[in-house]
Design a protein around this ligand. Structure first.
Ligand SMILES: Nc1ncnc2c1ncn2[C@@H]1O[C@H](COP(=O)(O)OP(=O)(O)OP(=O)(O)O)[C@@H](O)[C@H]1O
Ligand SMILES: [Mg+2]
Length: 211
């Protein structure tokens, strides 16, 4: 696998708990770059490849039980495939890649949410991606209450969404902790605000990133 020094495109990831607005703003972001002449590949995790999407179905299936470590391993297995088949080839061709979730989500959900030791996740991270990291991560920070309000209106809960508020509280705290740990890469966007305002702050962040 080729690693980022040789890449010409940029890799941007969107993170946040369910209902933060990742999908909504991701589409806007893709249009923003396309209108500036970039070729953009939009993808998501878990998923992004044929195998990854099949793993996603299992991971989100309410009737599927699994050990927390199995969950983490499947997430990273899907990611290995995603990097190999989609992300790295696209970056090598000079495309911009925007992913709806990436490795920060494994730390937040399997680490923060499920309570797996961070060191174990770091082993998987290193195994699957070496030193490769997104060029920029937009973390859309929303309260658990508001996130839940936004998603419950539009779909039935999947295997993660049916978790209790405490679970999402831990996920959110873990995301915020990572944002403090990697302030250069992870930008926190206040996603509790109305759509237009969230959009404005994403736009400002992106414009300063592109300078
Ligand atoms: N800032 C906002 N103000 C009001 N509504 C919003 C805001 N952001 C998103 N929404 C609405 O909340 C719903 C969930 O947003 P979206 O699907 O983008 O979230 P998500 O982060 O992708 O969630 P999931 O992780 O479940 O995919 C959508 O109906 C969207 O229009
Ligand atoms: Mg979404």
């Amino acid at each position: 696998m080729m690693i980022s020094e040789t890449s010409k495109g940029k890799f941007i990831t969107m993170e946040g708990i369910d209902g933060a607005g990742k999908s909504t703003h991701l589409n806007w972001l893709a249009d923003f770059f396309r209108s500036r002449g970039k070729t953009v590949v939009v993808t998501r995790e878990p998923g992004g490849t044929r195998l990854g999407e099949r793993l996603r179905e299992l991971l989100l299936d309410n009737y599927q039980t699994m050990h927390g470590e199995t969950e983490a391993l499947l997430m990273f297995a899907a990611r290995r495939e995603h990097l190999d088949k989609v992300i790295v080839p696209a970056l090598d061709q000079g495309n911009w890649v925007i992913s709806d979730r990436f490795t920060d989500a494994s730390f937040a959900y399997q680490g923060g949410g499920r309570g797996l030791p961070i060191q174990k996740l770091e082993v998987l991270e290193h195994w699957v991606q070496g030193l490769f990291q997104p060029d920029l991560t937009l973390y859309l920070d929303v309260t658990v209450e508001l996130g839940r309000q936004r998603t419950s209106a539009i779909k039935t809960a999947d295997r993660f969404e049916k978790e209790r508020d405490e679970f999402f509280q831990r996920v959110r705290e873990c995301y915020l902790e990572r944002a403090r740990k990697f302030p250069q890469r992870i930008r926190v966007i206040n996603a509790n605000l109305p759509l237009e305002q969230v959009n404005k702050s994403i736009e400002e962040t992106i414009i300063s990133f592109c300078k």
